[in-house]
Structures are given as C-alpha cells and as structure tokens.
Design a protein around this ligand. Structure first.
Ligand SMILES: NC(=O)CC[C@H](N)C(=O)O
Length: 256
C-alpha cells in the first residue's frame, strides 16, 4: 500500500490543524489541512484519502455549543460522503473539538431511534481545563489505541464531560467496548478532579464506533509527539518519542 493520506479538517476557529498534520507526517502519512468550505464544495476529495481527522480548537467560536455549528455542517452536508468513507474501511479521528463535532453526527454510532445516546457538555468545574492527564485504555477494537495501555496527554477544553442518556446506556456502551479511553489517577486509584478534568461519569475520555475505525477523544495526542513537549522533560531528558505519536502511527500501520 502506498503512503496513507490524511485530510485534517479545519473551520474558522480551528487552531490545531497544523500540528495535527505534523503528527500524521511524523507517523509516516501524507497530510494536508483542508477548509470545510473546500470539502463541502468537493466531497470527492475524500476518495483519495484514507484518514479524515477533525482537528481541535474553537470552530465557529464554540457558538451555540462547542462543535455544534461544524457538527451541523458535517451532519447535514457530508453525512453520505462520510458514511461511505467509513464503510470503505477508512479511518475517522476527532480530537477535542473534533470529538465534539463527531458527537453531534451519527458517525460514532451514538444515537438510536429516540435520539442521542450521549453528548459532551460543560466541565463540572465550570471552567476551561488545561492540564496534563493520565489515561488508561479499556478493551476495545479501536484502531487508534492498539497496543496502548496507559498514556499521558494534555487536555484543554471547557466542554468535555461525556454524559450518556442514562446509567443503563453508559453501562452498555462500556460493555460494548465503545468507551476505550478513560482518565486515570497517577497512582492507579480513583481519578477525582483534577485527574478527571471534567467530571465525566466512568471517567470517559474517548468513544469509538462499533467498527473501531471512528474515534473521538478529548485529550490532544498531537501535542505530545516529541519528548520535549512533556512538562517533566527537563528533568527526565527522555529521548523516547512523545507517547501521542502512537495513535497516529497506529492509523498509518492500519493501512500497511
Ligand atoms: N482544544 C479544543 O479543541 C477545545 C474544544 C472546545 N473549544 C472546548 O473548549 O471545549
């Protein structure tokens, strides 16, 4: 298979597309940032790509709610193209604001005949939370998390609390391997705030669709692709790659 190609979607207010494209390139993909208007004008541009990533930031200024306006555009005008993209065995990743966008579409399989199964809402703290967090994975078929057990990444969001419709829905998503990324405490105990930065029940930090090929997460893997990005680096002087790079490498390897 030739080098996989990633499209990194941006809208007015997106601010993580350049570093996300950089992360894909470091992982061995070809990557290009693309404006939503360009993709709306020519959805067939997806045909030449294997990965679509919706990047983080403040699309449309978080108006109405974070990710809601871009989510509406994706849902109303790209739904068929993206369903075909997913069903062709390709990958979709939503990072932070991109997760909020995905959560307002049906691409994560988070809705049924009665409406959404879950949503992302304001952090319990009522504030924007920007900090490094510990994460653990739960068993799943999520392509992006293959081989990852624990990982440290930064979060930066105001609306990251993952709330399911009810306790039974949350339990069935958990049991179905659909909530594969969770906030964790550094010492392995219960992750109270700020280890769980937003108050998500079950400490949910990411969700994937049934196929494992569509994944949204609140933490920012693209902000830890180089060891010097870790706040402890001046002490550890680690020369291991930034742990977030593994998610992008998993995407590339999937097409290997
Ligand atoms: N870093 C981000 O993508 C932030 C997402 C969104 N603007 C929020 O604050 O919740």
């Amino acid at each position: 298979m030739p080098t996989p190609r990633a499209l990194v979607l941006r809208a007015p207010g997106t601010n993580c597309d350049a570093e996300t494209a950089h992360a894909f390139r470091l992982a061995g993909a070809e990557a290009q940032s693309i404006h939503i208007q360009r993709l709306l004008a020519e959805p067939a541009l997806l045909d030449a790509c294997q990965v679509l990533c919706i990047a983080g930031g403040f699309s449309y200024g978080d108006d109405l709610a974070a990710g809601r306006v871009l989510g509406g555009q994706v849902r109303l005008r790209l739904a068929d193209a993206l369903r075909r993209f997913r069903d062709a065995g390709k990958l979709i990743l939503g990072i932070c604001n991109g997760f909020q966008v995905l959560a307002s579409t049906d691409l994560l399989d988070l809705e049924d005949a009665h409406g959404p199964l879950a949503t992302l809402t304001r952090n319990d703290s009522g504030r924007y939370e920007a900090r490094w967090v510990h994460l653990r994975t739960a068993p799943s078929n999520c392509v992006f998390l293959a081989g990852i057990d624990r990982i440290e990444l930064p979060v930066a969001h105001a609306e990251g609390k993952f709330v399911a419709r009810d306790a039974q829905t949350l339990a069935s998503l958990e049991q179905g391997g659909r909530l594969p990324l969770r906030y964790a405490a550094a010492d392995g105990g219960e992750p109270c705030y700020p280890a769980n930065p937003n108050g998500s029940p079950a400490h949910v930090a990411g969700a994937c669709d049934a196929s494992g090929r569509v994944f949204g997460l609140m933490p920012h893997p693209e902000r830890f692709v180089d060891p010097t990005q870790h706040p402890e680096w001046t002490r550890t002087r680690s020369d291991a790659a930034g742990a977030g790079l593994a998610l992008f490498q998993n995407a590339v390897r999937y097409f290997g």
